[in-house]
Ligand binder design. Structure first.
Ligand code: HEM
Length: 429
C-alpha cells in the first residue's frame, strides 16, 4: 500500500503502456488507467495491494452482467484462497464472525429472505419522513463552522452527517452517538483490513448493538409506535411468521452503518469537490436551487455519482464455477471485482463520459450497483446528498477550494474513493 504521507503528483494524461494500479498517483486520478484497461484489457487479472489476485471488470456491459450473474457469489467461502486457508479478502472486522453474515456476504435464498425482511422496516416512507431531521442535522453542522470562514468539509461536515443520521434512524440514543462517531472514525481511517484498532472498534460496536437490541426487544409494545426506530422495526419485521434473530438484527444494523457511512461521506466530499472544480456547472446548480426547482439537484446528484462516485469497486464476488466474462475465462474460486468507476465512464454507454453534465438524463449509472444487491440505502443517500449540497450552496454561496488540487490527498482504499480532507473558504455567516 502506498505511503499515506507521500505527496500526490499531479494527474497525468492517458497512459500509453499498461498503467500501474494502486499507486498514489492512481488514487488521485484512476480514470486514465481505467480508460486504458477498458480498451486494452477489459477483464484484467491483477495482484491487489493485499497480494490477492483478482479480476477487474471495467466495461459497462460486462460490469452490469457480472453484477447480476448468479454464478458470482458474495459468500467468501467460494474464494479459492479461502478454501486453502490463506484467504486475505475482507472488510474491516471480518474475523469478528457474527456481524459478517449480512446482505453483502450472502446469496439467495438467505439473501432473499433477509432483504425482504429489512425492506419492510427500511421503507422509502420511513426515509421520506426523516427529511426534516436530516435538514436539522445539516444546519447544526454548518452552524458549527459557518462563522469561521473556513472549514475542512470532510471532518466537520461530510463525516459526521451520515453517522449521526444513521444512528438516529436506527434508534441509537443521542448520548451514545459520539461513541459511534469514534468507532466509525477508526474504521474509515484504517479501513481495508481487520487490524488492531479497527477490530477493537468493531468489537465495541458489536457489544453495544447486542445490548441495545436486547433492551429494545424487552420494551417493544404490541403495536408499532408511529415514530418507531429502525432497530425496533427490524425486530418487529415478520414475513410468513418468520422473524430476524437478534444476531441477524445486529448484523443488519452493522451493515446499514457500514454501507451507509463512508459511502455518504464520499458522496458529499467528491460531490462538493467536483462542483468546486466545475464553476459553470456549480453556477447552474446554484441558480436552480435559488429558484427552488428541485430538478437539477436530482439529476445533478446522479451525475456526480456517475462522474466521481463513492464506490470505486463493487464489493467482492467469487466464481462458483468456471465461466466466461467479456471473452475471458475465469476459474472457479477466482475473485471478481467490478470497477463501477470505470464502467460509469464507458464511452460505449455514456455520451462524453468524461464531461460532468448535471443535466444528463440518460444516466443509468452503476454507482449504486445493480441486481439483487442494488443499494438498499439509495433513497437515504439521495436525501442526504441533496440536503447537504443544497444547504451548503445556499448558506455558503461563495464557498471555494482552499488548497491546490495537487495537494489534496485521496484515501487510496480498494473499494471506496474519497478525499482525506477538503479545505474550503467562504464569507463567514
Ligand atoms: C449496497 C453504493 C449509501 C446500505 C450497495 C452497493 C453499492 C452501494 C454500489 C452494491 C455493492 C455490491 O453489489 O457489491 C452506495 C452509495 C451510497 C450508498 C454510492 C451513497 C451515496 C448507502 C446508505 C445505506 C446503504 C446510506 C444505508 C443506510 C446498503 C446496503 C447494501 C448496499 C445494506 C447491501 C444490499 C444487498 O446486498 O442487498 N450500496 N450506497 N448504502 N448499500 Fe449502499
Amino acid at each position: 500500500t502506498p505511503d499515506a504521507t507521500a505527496p500526490v503528483p499531479p494527474a497525468t494524461g492517458c497512459p500509453v503502456g499498461r498503467p500501474d494500479l494502486f499507486t498514489w498517483e492512481f488514487a488521485a486520478d484512476p480514470y486514465p488507467a481505467y480508460a486504458w484497461l477498458r480498451e486494452h484489457a477489459p477483464v484484467h487479472r491483477t495482484a491487489l495491494p493485499s497480494g490477492v489476485e483478482a479480476w477487474l471488470v471495467t466495461r459497462y456491459g460486462d460490469a452490469r452482467q457480472a453484477l447480476a450473474d448468479a454464478r458470482l457469489s458474495k459468500n467468501p467461502v467460494h474464494h479459492s484462497e479461502a478454501a486453502h486457508g490463506k484467504g486475505k479478502v475482507g472488510i474491516p472486522g471480518e474475523r469478528s464472525a457474527n456481524l459478517m453474515t449480512h446482505l453483502l456476504n450472502i446469496d439467495p435464498p438467505d439473501h432473499t429472505r433477509l432483504r425482504r425482511l429489512v425492506s419492510k422496516a427500511f421503507t422509502p416512507r420511513r426515509v421520506a419522513a426523516f427529511a426534516p431531521r436530516v435538514q436539522e442535522l445539516t444546519d447544526r453542522l454548518i452552524d458549527s463552522f459557518a462563522a469561521k470562514g473556513e472549514a475542512d468539509l470532510i471532518h466537520e461536515f461530510a463525516f459526521p452527517l451520515p453517522i449521526y443520521a444513521i444512528c438516529d434512524l436506527l434508534g441509537v440514543p443521542p448520548e451514545d452517538q459520539d461513541d459511534f462517531r469514534d468507532w466509525a472514525g477508526m474504521m474509515i481511517r484504517h479501513g481495508g483490513g481487520p487490524r488492531g484498532g479497527v477490530a477493537r472498534s468493531v468489537k465495541k460496536m458489536r457489544g453495544y448493538l447486542a445490548e441495545l437490541i436486547h433492551r429494545k426487544r424487552e420494551t417493544l409494545g404490541a403495536t408499532p409506535a408511529p415514530d418507531e426506530d429502525l432497530i425496533s422495526g427490524l425486530i418487529r419485521a415478520s414475513d410468513h411468521g418468520e422473524h430476524l434473530t437478534e444476531n441477524e438484527v445486529a448484523a443488519m444494523a452493522f451493515i446499514l452503518l457500514f454501507a451507509g457511512f463512508e459511502t455518504t461521506v464520499n458522496l458529499i466530499g467528491n460531490g462538493v469537490y467536483q462542483l468546486l472544480r466545475h464553476p459553470a456547472q456549480r453556477e447552474l446548480l446554484q441558480k436552480s436551487i435559488e429558484a427552488d426547482d428541485g430538478d437539477l439537484l436530482a439529476t445533478g446528484i446522479e451525475e456526480l455519482l456517475r462522474y466521481d462516485g463513492p464506490v470505486e469497486l463493487a464489493t467482492w464476488r467469487f466464481a462458483t464455477e468456471d465461466l466466461t466474462l467479456g471473452g475471458q475465462r475465469i476459474a472457479e474460486g477466482d475473485p471478481v471485482l467490478v470497477v463501477l468507476a470505470a464502467a460509469d465512464r464507458d464511452p460505449a454507454r455514456f455520451a462524453d463520459p468524461d464531461v460532468l453534465d448535471l443535466t444528463r438524463r440518460d444516466n443509468q449509472h452503476l454507482g449504486y450497483g445493480h441486481g439483487i444487491h442494488y443499494c438498499l440505502g439509495a433513497p437515504l443517500a439521495r436525501l442526504e446528498g441533496q440536503t447537504a449540497l443544497a444547504t451548503l450552496l445556499t448558506r455558503l454561496p461563495d464557498i471555494r477550494l482552499a488548497a491546490e488540487v495537487a495537494d489534496l490527498r485521496w484515501r487510496g482504499g480498494l473499494i471506496m474513493r474519497g478525499l482525506r480532507s477538503l479545505p474550503v473558504q467562504f464569507t463567514p455567516e
